[in-house]
Design a protein around this ligand. Structure first.
Ligand code: FE2
Length: 311
């Protein structure tokens, strides 16, 4: 079955027209999945699923993660991550991530088996502000000069959730903007215990398609195996200088009812800071994508000796 689509940007991203995600038959679902396999960023507008419908649909792509971040999982819908700058009357947060800038990163690279699929449902989205931008790391890889591909060949990077010492100059220069900068030593200790460092191949290959992508996160990659700090920084800076060009970036201006799918194995993303007085409310699922259909970032080689094996 053929879906009707239109491009979001010159180089990547597709909007799918005329599909209601809350009520989708098997043939349409398979067409949507096939499209997401090919295209790392797909958008559906004017959606209005209930929590149950949203969860049920997302679950068809793989097991849903229960994300433990700044906020405890919701009692009724633990699979939904609520993202909001709103507060309840008792002063507690409705969701996480506030209104500050979120610098370029890819979700969950700090886990050895990341849940790399994200489906984000924007319920109440302020117009013209708080855009989310995406950088296509597959396109970036494809256009790298051969000398850079050679430098990345076989390289692995150590990633940590709490990046007090990110390797990339970009992250060092921008880390004061990260919302987690407001947390204290005790918070970092707790987070480090929960999310010990992991290692990932810097270039991932989808064996089904042969497509390659660069897998680093400016905000989480803290070291490159076999390189000292300076050489590691040179390499990741060169990669990001190439990747973070306008031609590989799409900025999404949200509308209420947008449902945006993105694949963290193939995209970086960031969010603009916005006026905290503008209400913003969204729900997201985070999916262990089915490896029969998607490129799933799992290190193939054994972990280095100094890292615990957590299988
Ligand atoms: Fe994110």
């Amino acid at each position: 079955m053929e879906l009707t689509t239109q491009p979001l940007a010159e180089n990547f991203g597709l909007e799918v027209l005329d599909v209601n995600l809350a009520d989708i038959d098997d043939a349409t679902f398979e067409a949507v999945r096939a499209l997401w396999q090919k295209e790392p960023l797909i958008l559906f507008r004017r959606q209005n699923p209930t929590n149950e419908e949203f969860i049920e649909f997302c679950r068809r792509f793989g097991t849903l993660d229960i994300v433990i971040g700044q906020n405890e999982p919701d009692e009724h819908y633990p699979e939904l991550l609520f993202i909001s700058n709103l507060y309840l009357q008792d002063g507690s947060e409705i969701g996480g991530l506030g209104s500050g800038e979120l610098v370029w990163h890819t979700d969950q690279i700090y886990r050895d088996k990341p849940a790399s699929g994200s489906i984000f449902y924007g319920v109440e989205m302020p117009s013209g502000i708080a855009a989310t931008s995406f950088c296509n790391m597959s396109l970036a890889y494809k256009t790298l000069p051969q000398s850079m591909k050679d430098r990345l060949e076989g390289k692995r990077a150590i990633c940590r959730y709490s990046t007090r010492f990110p390797l990339a100059s970009y992250a060092l220069e921008n880390s004061s903007n990260a919302p987690r900068a407001r947390f204290n030593e005790e918070y970092f200790k707790k987070v480090e215990e929960r999310t010990p460092e992991v290692v990932h191949d810097m270039v991932l290959e989808d064996v089904k398609t042969g497509e390659k992508t660069i897998y680093v996160s400016p905000n989480h990659t803290s070291e490159i195996e076999g390189l000292d700090e300076e050489a590691g920084r040179d390499l990741i800076d060169a990669v990001l200088d190439h990747a973070l060009q306008d031609t590989f970036i799409y900025s999404h201006n949200w509308r209420n009812g947008d449902v945006l799918f993105w694949d963290n194995a193939r995209l970086l993303h960031r969010r603009d800071a916005f006026d905290p007085g503008q209400p913003r409310y969204a729900k997201r699922t985070t999916i262990f994508l089915d490896p029969d259909f998607f490129l799933v970032p799992e290190p193939e080689l054994p972990l280095p000796d100094h890292l615990p094996n957590r299988d």
